[in-house]
Design a protein around this ligand. Structure first.
Ligand code: PLP
Ligand code: COI
Length: 357
């Protein structure tokens, strides 16, 4: 893929915020974009200054939500180089989401190289650890038409923003609300794709949870309202007796998280027993109450490893591990971030290194 590059002069560039930037509240100076039109395929790839997108009010994505996205991060290594973490998995999942949403796939290697070139241009925005630079690839349907069918035209773009901790709690336990009445995704639906509608469907309950003092919502399966699926922005794991990690099996309605996949692999490598199972919410809560479940944590790119301090379910509040960070969550957080930031040997070949500087 040929990318036409138009960058800002040094004098026009913005100084990256030095700290206190929250999670992606500002974006870097440049963005990648390319366009698709039926018959012509992908074309007009550019990296250019970050800019607004102008859309006709009848643009398909604004009406029928034909849109997908990804989320991955760039990490500053101790030697000043930059690591991407398993970016190939994000490139593949982007295309899987595209297929589910009847959108065209992009060349995975070209997509990765576009991201690498964009980061090289805005590399001074990669913050010092423990912060990182969040990478957000997006594709939207751009055909101007109100008929309900797959669009003929698309825009694919990538933006970057410095990311501190996703939760205001930082690496501290968060309260999670278990949703009884609403469902986020169904088997055969779009839950396994990273598409905007899944997140839109979660917002009402997110508001309700926040008004009760909870940071996130845990979703149950849509058929019986009984099996644990995932949390709004992360997958979930339960630790039994400090040594066995259980995460809900992929059901078709859960996002197949890359951090989840890494926790399964890393957990086994560290000597834990790890399994993917159906998790009955009542049995799980009974396990927390009896002390059999010693820790609960979420995992995701933005969330990293996020210990859960309590569940709210109906009128009940169920506290986990005295609302403290448990040793398994702590260890996984340390081991995972050590690989991501290049502080330890990359023994699984998970990182992609961007040299230069
Ligand atoms: N589940 C949902 C709904 C998410 O939005 C995310 C975040 O990407 C995850 C799980 C975790 O996925 P990953 O580890 O690939 O970031
Ligand atoms: C991610 O972790 O990359 C996510 O997409 C979660 C959230 C910011 C939507």
């Amino acid at each position: 893929m040929h990318i036409e590059i138009k960058t800002l002069d040094k004098s026009e560039r913005t100084a990256p915020p030095s700290d206190g930037f929250g999670f992606c509240e500002t974006f870097t100076d440049h963005m990648f974009e390319q366009h698709y039109s039926q018959g012509n395929g992908w074309h007009s790839a550019t990296i250019q200054p970050y800019h607004n997108i102008s859309l006709d009010p009848a643009t398909a994505v604004l009406h029928y939500a034909q849109t997908i996205f990804e989320g991955t991060k760039a990490y500053k290594r101790p030697d000043g180089k930059i690591n991407l973490f398993r970016p190939w998995e994000n490139m593949r999942r982007f295309n899987e989401s595209a297929q589910r949403m009847a959108m065209p796939v992009v060349d995975e290697e070209d997509h990765l190289q576009a991201i690498v070139q964009l980061i090289e241009i805005d590399r001074n925005w990669v913050p010092e650890p423990p912060d990182s630079l969040y990478i957000r690839p997006v594709m939207i349907a751009t055909e101007v038409a109100l008929g309900v069918r797959a669009s003929k035209n698309y825009l694919h773009y990538v933006i970057l923003g410095p990311a501190g901790t996703y939760f205001k709690e930082g690496f501290n336990p968060i309260p999670v609300y278990i949703c009884e009445d609403y469902r986020r995704a169904v088997q055969g639906g779009t839950g396994a794709a990273k598409t905007g509608g899944n997140y839109a469907a979660s917002l009402l309950v997110g508001q309700e949870a926040a008004s009760r003092g909870y940071s996130q919502v845990l979703w149950l399966d849509a058929v019986e309202g009984r099996f644990v699926e995932e949390v709004g922005a992360m997958n979930i794991c339960f630790v039994y007796e400090g040594r066995r990690i259980v995460t809900p099996q992929l059901s078709g309605s859960i996002l197949p998280g890359i951090t989840r996949k890494s926790v399964i692999h890393l957990g086994r490598d560290l000597g834990y027993e790890v399994s993917e199972e159906r998790v009955d919410v009542h049995e799980m809560l009974a396990g927390v109450k009896s002390g059999k479940i010693t820790e609960v944590f979420g995992c995701g790119t933005a969330a990293v490893i996020a210990p859960v301090g309590k569940f709210g379910y109906g009128d009940e509040e169920i506290v986990i591990n005295n609302y403290e960070v448990g040793p398994v969550s702590q260890r996984l957080y340390e081991e995972l971030t050590a690989i991501q930031f290049g502080r330890t040997e990359d023994r699984f070949g998970w990182t992609y290194q961007i040299d230069g500087g």
